[in-house]
Design a protein. Structure first.
Lengths: 309, 273
């Protein structure tokens, strides 16, 4: 039986942090009610979006079912890399923010729900928000700047310079994140690995990636079955017991992984494996129309860069 | 019948002091249908791994198509000629999509890409997997995974196919489907060797039975002979197949291998009553 999802403490914390950072980023540039409203909306979106469990499996499933999955993976990877570079060159927050919104909309057009997208954003968002908070607020002996809060005998001060830096950093990070999310939510990992193979990333690295990718799912499945079996024997009743069971499950998983690795190698050898893993790759032809989703934003960003953005 | 694979006094031990397989001498000919029976730890899986060229014998030798397997080139020939389907599909499935998965073996055979593509298409069509070609193995059901592992091995065009408990963890419908696939493969002239715990399946399907016990071959013969020896079966922890017993109890000759054959054999008597 599934439990009704409760708001999780982690999501609430991320939401509160998002609201605080949002307010700090906007302070002084918008009327106060607007700042408060927007910050609150941001905080709520993150708190309710929640952090997502089983992110690896979720990203993989979305990538396989995306409407953009038919596009040539080389084109997508190159396009996203170019957009990423342009994002990092921007000197004002607007073009990267625009790119973030654009890529998020593309993901949603590809079949990713808003709530799912927010859920997947929550993990990097926590890192991003903490860094932004550190950039925005600094300790000073006297009050000043746009806002100040008494702290440890001195003041935590928010000033315009810190705000400008934080805005740019957050915008660039979001733009870059948007590009990466679009690529990973529209391209199954095996296709990305094939692109890397073509640009001569060493074979052993890619072979390892193939195996890790495959066995993530095998291990997740085994772990899930072990957890269900432990739960059916009341293994998670109480915090101490739950911790002990979790430890046992992971220790057992390690043991099984070694055993499985041996059998998997036998299975590969029986199919003539001699040290390098190679698969048949069907070509996905690139058509002119496929270039538009990449060329259009790149052109806009280039224009913005030329105009001083 | 042309001999494909021969074991000559083969022994193997995973650890020192305890033989997993001891002094095995047996041969399999082209087009045979063999069931390998025995309790867990009897040596069935070790026999398969040796036959598939994954393990090398500690003593004795394996001969494939008349040539003893000694050098790396012989081993390569053995692995090409003998396909091994593992019991748990998850240890065999490797690639990100079904199509790539099936291409792994042919790519290892260093075939040209258009030939690999042709074999992949053929194998996918043979196991009704064409529509799943872009699916990831993790999103397939147990029966579908089993079909992919069969397509995997068939795409390498082996002459002998070894299947380790293929029906384990399959529901009855998928198990029936699997038997259909096995029948078709046999019609194509492939030699099939199936390890199983299911004596009813062995009776219905096999024309020869290898019985393993404690790392040794306890018996090798026609199903009629092996299943008639109750003492031997009991020593190996096995029972007589239901149809075999029913046929004997009714005094039928020949003994029915399928329920349909049994029905046909008893119908005239029923009509007379």
């Amino acid at each position: 039986m599934r439990r009704i999802p409760k708001p999780e403490p982690m999501s609430l914390l991320a939401g509160a942090l998002a609201a605080l950072v949002g307010a700090s980023l906007l302070a002084g540039s918008l009327p106060r009610p607007w700042t408060a409203g927007l910050s609150l909306a941001l905080g709520l979106a993150l708190a309710l979006g929640g952090h997502s469990h089983g992110a690896a499996a979720c990203i993989d499933r979305l990538a396989h079912t995306s409407r953009w999955a038919g596009l040539n993976a080389g084109l997508k990877t190159t396009g996203c890399c170019v957009l990423l570079m342009l994002t990092l060159c921007c000197r004002t927050p607007w073009p990267p923010l625009g790119l973030f919104v654009y890529t998020a909309l593309l993901c949603m057009a590809g079949g990713v729900g808003v709530r799912r997208y927010l859920g997947l954003l929550a993990l990097p968002a926590a890192f991003l928000l903490l860094s932004a908070a550190a950039l925005l607020w600094h300790w000073a002996p006297a009050p000043g700047g746009l806002a100040s809060v008494p702290f440890l005998g001195g003041w935590l001060v928010l000033d315009a310079a810190g705000q400008a830096t934080a805005r740019l950093v957050v915008a660039r990070a979001l733009g870059a994140l948007g590009c990466l999310y679009w690529l990973s939510l529209s391209t199954p990992l095996p296709e990305v690995l094939e692109v890397l193979r073509r640009v001569h990333v060493p074979g052993p690295v890619l072979d390892l990636a193939v195996l890790i990718y495959r066995y993530i799912f095998v291990m997740l499945d085994t772990a899930a079955r072990m957890r269900v079996s432990a739960a059916s024997r009341l293994g998670y009743e109480g915090a101490g017991c739950g911790l002990r069971t979790t430890g046992l499950v992971y220790a057992n998983l390690l043991g099984r992984s070694f055993g499985r690795a041996r059998v998997c190698q036998q299975a590969m050898e029986s199919r003539g494996w001699e040290g390098d893993i190679r698969f048949l790759v069907r070509k996905k032809p690139v058509r002119a129309a496929h270039l538009i989703p990449f060329a259009a934003p790149a052109a806009v960003m280039l224009l913005a860069l030329c105009l001083g953005g | 019948m042309q001999e494909l694979l021969r074991f000559e006094d083969v022994s193997y031990a995973y650890e020192l002091g305890r033989d997993a397989l001891r002094g095995l001498t047996v041969s399999v000919a082209a087009g045979e249908r063999v069931a390998v029976l025995g309790s867990n730890g009897a040596g069935k899986s070790t026999f398969f791994l040796l036959a598939g060229g994954v393990l090398s014998p500690r003593a004795g030798q394996v001969v494939f198509e008349g040539v003893p397997v000694r050098r790396a080139a012989d081993l390569n020939r053995l692995r090409r000629g003998v396909g091994l389907v593992f019991q748990d599909p998850d240890v065999q499935l490797l690639a990100g999509t079904v199509e790539q998965e099936v291409s792994f073996g042919p790519m290892n055979l260093r075939l040209p890409e258009n030939e690999v593509a042709r074999r992949v298409d053929e194998a996918l069509a043979a196991f009704e997997l064409t529509e799943y070609r872009h699916r990831a193995p993790q999103y397939l059901s147990g029966g579908e995974k089993k079909r992919v592992t069969l397509a995997d091995v068939l795409a390498m065009k082996p002459r002998l196919l070894l299947l380790d408990e293929p029906a384990a963890s399959l529901d009855p419908a998928h198990a029936r489907q699997l038997e259909g696939h096995l029948a078709r493969l046999h019609e194509q002239g492939l030699a099939l060797v199936v390890a199983t715990h299911d004596v009813d399946f062995a009776w219905r399907w096999a024309r020869r039975v290898l019985l393993f016990r404690g790392g040794q071959l306890a018996a090798d013969g026609a199903p009629e002979t092996i299943f008639a020896d109750r003492a031997l079966l009991a020593a190996c922890g096995l029972e007589q197949p239901v149809l075999f017993r029913a046929g004997r109890a009714l005094g039928l000759n020949p003994l029915p291998r399928t329920v349909e054959q049994l029905e046909q054999a008893v119908r005239p008597k029923g009509d007379r009553e």
